[in-house]
Design a protein around this ligand. Sequence first.
Ligand code: SAM
Length: 367
Amino acid sequence: KAALLAKSQLPRFPRWVRINNLKANYDLLMNKGVFSEFTPINELSKLYPKRDCLPNKVYVDPYVDDLLAFAPSAPLLKHPLKKTGAIAFQDRASCVPAQLLDPPRDAYIIDATAAPGNKTTHLASLLGPDSKGKIFAFERDYRRAFTLKETVEAAGAENLVEIRPATDFLRSAPWNPSENELNRVTHILLDPSCSGSGIVEREEYRYVPVGEPGAKGTRNSDGASKGANTPPSAAEYEDAKSWRTGAAERDRIFALADFQVRIIEHAMRFPNATRITYSTCSIHAQENERVVMAALNTPVARNRGWVTEPRHLNRMKDWPRRGILEECNGNEQVADSCIRFNPWVDGGIGFFVAVFIRSEQERARLP
Ligand code: SAM
């Protein structure tokens, strides 16, 4: 097992700021003065890891729309734009699922595991203020649904988001004729509970709300269990197999993986769905590539024509870190359709995203 790293040894990240199109826009903030004290630079690595580097510079992310990076010391925490909801602090990798889901302006979307609502509000921002679309935000944990509501309100997204509090997405019925609106859903974002092993900057290296499969250990005030997981070093991250976990942790990860496959399988049943993103803040192949492989091998995926294809990574097609080939049983198409984030080089938490798609013909053949 990796030794616990001291906080000072952990990577430091730039401060990522996502512009909320429901309350502002890129042009207004970047070109018309509000962020005028910041000069654009092209190299992200200049903004960190030292907390005192270049507090007056800004990096415009080439992969995610409306996403900016500032030095950790940039004076943004109490910025008025944050108070009005015009900007949100959201880690870079965490912005990738909504970006890759790529919903059209009037799309009907499900965010299956939504609280605290970072990705829900990002989806709302992508739909934009004039959208006739809708986001159904499921959250099983009643208390966390309150946080979700607050996040949605702060972003001004109440008209676009219908929160389904204390509702288990796995129990939603995609084929229920009385749920006409859910039947219309074409895009589904899945960001289920995971081991949180990619979250290297926090003191608690895991993120498992009470009641999740395999949750154990002491709990912090959010109900997240604490401690037993340790972040991998840079070298260990690159070689995911070398990060050995204890037996109890392994069991917990397998329980999570089982849940993760089930949630993808369930999403694939929605009759009009053509695009699904699956993401975790875990670095374990068991929760990532192996879950993707298992989901693709379910009868639901096979019968309904769900596949993964690198070309659907859109602007992330050139992203250098892909799925681990051997964890995809040597299937290059699947590995290349998965994206990984390494906390030591990508300026944020360790993360994994995969995109599942099915063609219109497949959807029409077997809704
Ligand atoms: N996407 C969120 C964001 O970016 O702010 C973070 C989601 S967090 C990783 C996973 C959430 O899913 C937790 O709040 C958990 O309570 C919820 N959850 C877990 N299982 C669920 C289920 N079966 N149905 C609905 N929500 C679920």
